[in-house]
Design a protein around this ligand. Structure first.
Ligand code: GRF
Length: 208
């Protein structure tokens, strides 16, 4: 399968998935796919250089100079489409996508969101969990629909919140789980075990 990853920053999830696509990882965990391109909306996204080091095509598609989100999304659709992807992975891509993008790639866009959805859609999830006095937090991988952070959840991982935790502590704890669950979900998708249907996300024929 051909995978395109969209990022805005560090790109550690992107790198982790790219490594799982390469032969060097153990066969059991290998993803039957290739990251064919990494596209960022920010020139300073550190992940771009890291992807280039791995020999992956990289592009910078700036969101400035567009009159509205739809126009930007149309430009992005064209760049992504040029790689003929089977799957598009959002990994720290800090732009809200409109229906222009989502409808161009129905059923094949995924995102990782650092909360136990449907809790804490949007930004600053770690701080919000702390402020609410929650005792647990986590991360969700979901299919992307037109509702922000609202598409069907595929897999979640929970982490405890300890009394002295800062938002940074939580972010680190959540990141470790991200590195476990995102490659797993991508592996299912690339093995044709996972689909988005009208009813929701389906794994091995069972509705999640
Ligand atoms: C992750 O925390 C992810 O959940 C969120 O953005 C962050 C990306 O981190 N959507 P990285 O760029 O993969 O290191």
């Amino acid at each position: 399968k051909r995978i395109v990853v969209l990022i805005s920053g560090t790109g550690s999830n992107m790198l982790n998935i790219a490594e799982h696509c390469q032969e060097s990882k153990s066969q059991a965990n290998k993803i039957n796919g290739d990251v064919v391109a990494v596209i960022a909306n920010r020139a300073d996204a550190a992940g771009l250089a890291k992807a280039a080091e791995l020999g992956i095509a990289t592009e910078f598609v700036p969101h400035t100079n567009f009159a509205n989100r739809e126009d930007y999304d149309q430009a992005l659709v064209e760049r992504v489409q040029s790689y003929q992807p089977d799957l598009i992975i959002l990994a720290g891509f800090m732009r809200v996508l409109t229906s222009v993008f989502v409808s161009a790639f129905t059923d094949r866009i995924m995102n990782i969101h650092p909360s136990l959805l449907p809790k804490y859609k949007g930004m600053h999830t770690h701080q919000r969990a702390l402020d609410a006095g929650d005792t647990e937090h986590g991360v969700s991988v979901h299919f992307v629909t037109e509702e922000l952070d609202g598409g069907p959840v595929i897999l979640q991982s929970r982490v405890p919140i300890f009394p002295e935790d800062t938002a940074e502590d939580l972010q680190e704890r959540v990141h470790e789980q991200e590195y476990r669950i995102y490659p797993l979900v991508v592996r299912w998708f690339c093995a044709d075990r996972l689909k988005l249907t009208e009813e929701g996300a389906v794994l091995d024929g069972a509705l999640l």
